[in-house]
Design a protein around this ligand. Structure first.
Ligand SMILES: C[S@@+](CC[C@H](N)C(=O)[O-])C[C@H]1O[C@@H](n2cnc3c(N)ncnc32)[C@H](O)[C@@H]1O
Length: 187
């Protein structure tokens, strides 16, 4: 089992910023590193699964003509809509329907290790079926997650399930790593 909806809602019960994304210097530096990991200076349409309160989106939005974020938690999305008014935000718990869109950038930042192996495999199937050419960015916490899957375990499971794409590690600190699959990689 992945992390359940009740648990996610509990994380946001007292605050719309449970990880301190808005003010933490660590998170701000990680957002900058995520931005630097993008291969292009502009994207037609980006999608972020597990967008939380929109703080990462705030750092990427000027590079995206359109941006769609999806999260399971309504209060996170309310905060995201305030942080990034020009974004489109949809509520959904994955595995489940993903939004419509002609996405050329998929952002999977600190979300894979909330899923279970079946969810990771389904995500790989969905991506391959709908956005086989999108650039994919994965940001992965390397410390203990407190979830059934650890960060690198989840990343590995996802990358193996999406065998049609080649992921390269771009950045690694003591705390996180950033991996990217470019359009056309793995062909
Ligand atoms: C650690 S936050 C990451 C936020 C943002 N992507 C970032 O990197 O700053 C993880 C987010 O993923 C959401 N999430 C986790 N599992 C999910 C699922 N199965 N479906 C949809 N959203 C999920 C959580 O509600 C939370 O807002």
């Amino acid at each position: 089992m992945g992390v359940g909806l009740d648990h996610l809602q509990g994380l946001y019960a007292q605050t719309s910023d449970p990880w301190g994304f808005e003010h933490s210097a660590y998170e701000q530096a990680k957002f900058a590193a995520t931005r630097a990991a993008l291969s292009q200076s502009g994207y037609r349409s980006a999608f972020e699964l597990g967008c939380g309160n929109g703080q990462l989106a705030r750092h990427l939005i000027d590079l995206c003509a359109r941006y769609t974020g999806m999260d399971a938690v309504a209060s996170a999305l309310r905060a995201a809509r305030q942080a990034v008014p020009q974004g489109r935000f949809v509520q959904g718990f994955y595995p489940g329907p993903l939004p419509e869109g002609d996405f050329d950038l998929l952002i999977l930042s600190e979300v894979l290790y909330f899923l279970d192996r079946a969810g990771l495999e389904q995500l790989a199937i969905d991506i391959q079926a709908r956005w086989p050419q999108a650039e994919i960015i994965c940001v992965t916490w390397l410390g203990p997650t407190g979830n059934p899957l650890q960060g690198e375990e989840a990343l590995k499971g996802f990358a193996q399930a999406l065998a049609a794409r080649d992921f390269a590690r771009l950045t690694q600190t003591d705390d996180y790593r950033i991996d990217r699959a470019l359009p056309g990689s793995g062909e």
